[in-house]
Design a protein around this ligand. Structure first.
Ligand code: FUB
Length: 339
């Protein structure tokens, strides 16, 4: 009983579920899965981890990924099809290094892949690559999106409009910017100041650029106060994702150095969002990164852990597990998802 009380205080609404997670690609390392339903199938767009030999450091240089694969599934328990390499660093004209978490959106018969990559000055920008098919391959544009910065783009479609959410602190470089401008010197706010926020911008009609200046996604606590930078168990770090359930907007994200997957809800894509709780407690590995999608009437959490690599933070394996809601729309916390 004591344990349950402690969990409730932390916002951990433990799932009473026997459904177990499934590793999707046991023979390779895939992370940061972005899942979407296109043409009636589940498509998954992960990062492709590999052993590049780059030493582990606080900048995340060891996440030195050089290409993307696409996967698809007709049945959540069925075969996972690997569509092979669909974009590589060497085919991106402005590339420096490190292809991190990507996402894909569909509009007017075309699929747009959005990916973060360091340019030749080692600054993360967001690029666009296009395909006629959800499984690629994708052809990169010559330049990154104008005014783009940081990492982890996620594109959410609502009423025919597409919104990009992005950003990540520390190695993701978001702390180097204020009001969409690079700072002379990177400063993270003090612990008692409002936390650095994920960003949102509606995309232009042609899907190639921001259609407006990116704005902050403010997450407030239940008293209406913005979460503070020192509130490391709850504040935003990276891995933005948005889905809609029963007319409400759910903004979910990783708390990075405290390794929680959390969520907050709001009434529109821009927020503000009100903090609700933990979706998934920490898994093996440093990063935690996910997507949430409805398929055939059920909701699923796609995520990764580093169990198969024996805890190597840069060699992650992609998984899926069913996600459940309580009658009031809160999400049941998934706990112990490493098995
Ligand atoms: O995969 C590289 C980075 O690790 C992602 O962009 C972050 O969200 C974290 O998962």
């Amino acid at each position: 009983i004591k344990m349950a009380d402690a969990d409730l205080k932390k916002g951990n609404n433990r799932a009473n579920t026997t459904r177990s997670p499934r590793y999707l690609v046991p023979n390779d390392y895939m992370a940061d899965p972005a899942a979407h339903v296109f043409e009636g199938k589940l498509y998954i767009y992960p990062s492709h981890d590999w052993e590049s030999g780059v030493e582990e450091n606080d900048n995340g240089d060891h996440f030195n990924m050089k290409d993307y694969h696409v996967f698809s599934m007709q049945d959540i328990n069925g075969e996972v099809t690997d569509h092979g390499v669909v974009l590589t660093v060497k085919d991106i004209p402005w590339a420096g290094r490190q292809l991190w978490d990507s996402d894909v959106a569909f509009k007017n018969g075309k699929y747009y892949m959005y990916f973060p990559l360091k340019d030749r000055n080692d600054i993360f920008r967001i690029g666009v690559a296009i395909s006629d098919k959800p499984y690629g391959s994708f052809i990169s544009e010559k330049h990154p999106m104008l005014g783009s910065y940081s990492i982890d783009p996620c594109v959410f479609e609502d009423n025919g409009k597409h919104y990009m959410y992005f950003g990540g602190i520390w190695g993701g470089q978001l702390q180097r910017y204020r009001n969409n401008k690079a700072l002379e010197s990177a400063a993270t706010p003090a612990d008692d100041e409002p936390s650095i926020c994920s960003k949102i911008a509606q995309l232009s009609d042609d899907m190639m650029e921001f259609g407006e200046q990116p704005r902050d996604i403010v997450i407030k606590d239940k008293d209406g106060k913005p979460l503070l930078q020192g509130d490391t168990q709850r504040r935003f770090f990276e891995a933005s994702w948005v889905h809609k359930y029963n007319g409400k907007y759910y903004f979910s994200y990783s708390t990075g150095d405290t390794h929680n997957l959390c969520y907050a809800t709001g009434d529109n894509p821009y927020g503000p969002f009100v903090y609700q709780g933990v979706i998934m407690t920490p898994v093996v590995g440093w990063t935690t990164h996910h997507s949430i999608v409805e398929y055939n009437g059920k909701w699923y959490l796609f995520y990764h852990d580093s169990v198969p690599s024996g805890g190597k933070t840069w060699l992650r394996s992609m998984k899926v597990v069913e996600l459940e809601y309580n009658p009031d729309g809160t999400i049941k916390t998934l706990d112990g998802m490493n098995q």
